[in-house]
Ligand binder design. Structure first.
Ligand SMILES: Cc1ncc(COP(=O)(O)O)c(C=O)c1O
Length: 320
């Protein structure tokens, strides 16, 4: 809305993500175009660039989808499981083609680029706007709600205006646009601020959990932990196991059942969004890696409240 996505325009989005960012595109009357994932569960930057260069036409300062004739207004990369998207690869082509970047950094609070042009930058502050969720399962929670962040003053002011019912005059109640009541309540904000003081501790515990898995699981070619890209430090929000059935001798689904039978809360990655009922007719681009990731990944318990006994039990069940 703030960057001007309009009805009947299009937005490129990864198929492998929680459905929330995809739904925001539909709320605006626009349509998602689903992109494949890379090996880190993020939108495949190379395929995205290939799609923009070969499947769109640039005219009148807009990128038109050759297939639908519609304007592609934005791309919505999601930093999945705390892994930073290869935004450096996307930045130039998006700037040249007037495609805005809106980052979903809900799962990547604390993730930092460590190499290349983006070195020292946090996810969420590279594109035009970023979104962070403070939902209960996130590194920092306010019990609900989230935050929009941006380095662009105009966009920040527009966000503040629209989320407060677009009130142009607070005395005479003049509203020149349709606004929304999307503020975090004071109580939720207070909870979030208190948690903010704890963020370094939370990130440390997340790292410890990931290291515990790395050091104690009997990892082989058939059983590995999901890697992070070399250009960024992951916040370790969620540890993910990769199971190669042929080498491991058991499928990820069977391992999930075994763990759940022991009351250990594990789950597969989300069902891909291009396969969800509301999105069956949307355009997709060369989706294959995302399917493989869904079929062989197991999301491991990663909450900072996990005890050593609980972690040891998980290791014992997996190691057998
Ligand atoms: C990537 C991603 N985007 C968006 C959301 C939704 O955030 P919220 O529940 O705060 O609306 C979540 C999870 O909750 C998420 O994991």
């Amino acid at each position: 809305m703030i960057i001007g996505v309009k009805r009947d325009e299009e937005v490129i989005v990864p198929t492998l993500t929680f459905i929330a960012p995809v739904n925001t595109i539909k709320y605006l009357g626009a349509e998602p175009i689903f992109m494949d994932a890379d090996e880190f569960c993020n939108i495949d930057a190379n395929k995205t660039v290939e799609f923009i260069e070969s499947e769109t036409e640039f005219k009148n300062n807009n990128s038109y989808n050759k297939k639908t004739g519609k304007v592609i207004r934005a791309i919505l990369p999601v930093h999945v499981f705390g892994n930073a998207v290869d935004l450096e690869r996307l930045q130039n082509v998006c700037a040249e083609r007037n495609i805005a970047i809106v980052e979903d950094a809900s799962e990547s609070l604390g993730t930092l680029y460590s190499k290349g042009k983006l070195k020292g930058k946090h996810t969420g502050l590279i594109g035009h706007m970023g979104c962070i969720s403070f939902n209960g399962n996130k590194i920092l929670t306010s019990g609900g709600g989230g935050m929009i962040i941006s380095n662009d003053q105009e966009s920040s002011e527009k966000a503040a205006y629209l989320t407060k019912q677009a009130k142009d005059d607070p005395v005479n109640f003049i509203h020149n646009e349709i606004g929304y009541n999307l503020r975090l309540s004071n109580i939720h904000a207070a909870l979030g601020l208190a948690q903010m003081e704890n963020i370094k501790r939370a990130l440390k515990i997340k790292k410890k959990i990931n290291n515990f898995y790395k050091e104690n699981l009997k990892l082989t070619d058939g059983l590995t932990l999901m890697n992070s890209p070399g250009y960024a430090e992951n916040n370790n929000w969620l540890s993910v196991l990769r199971v190669e059935e042929k080498l491991y001798g058991e499928s990820s689904a069977s391992l999930i059942s075994k763990l759940r039978n022991e009351s250990i809360e594990v789950r597969p990655i989300w069902k891909l969004n291009h396969l969800q009922k509301p999105y069956l007719n949307n355009q997709t681009y060369k989706i294959d890696k995302a399917k493989e990731l869904v079929s062989n990944s197991v999301c491991l318990p990663s909450s900072i409240s996990l005890t050593t006994e609980q972690l040891e039990k998980i290791i014992k069940v997996i190691n057998g």
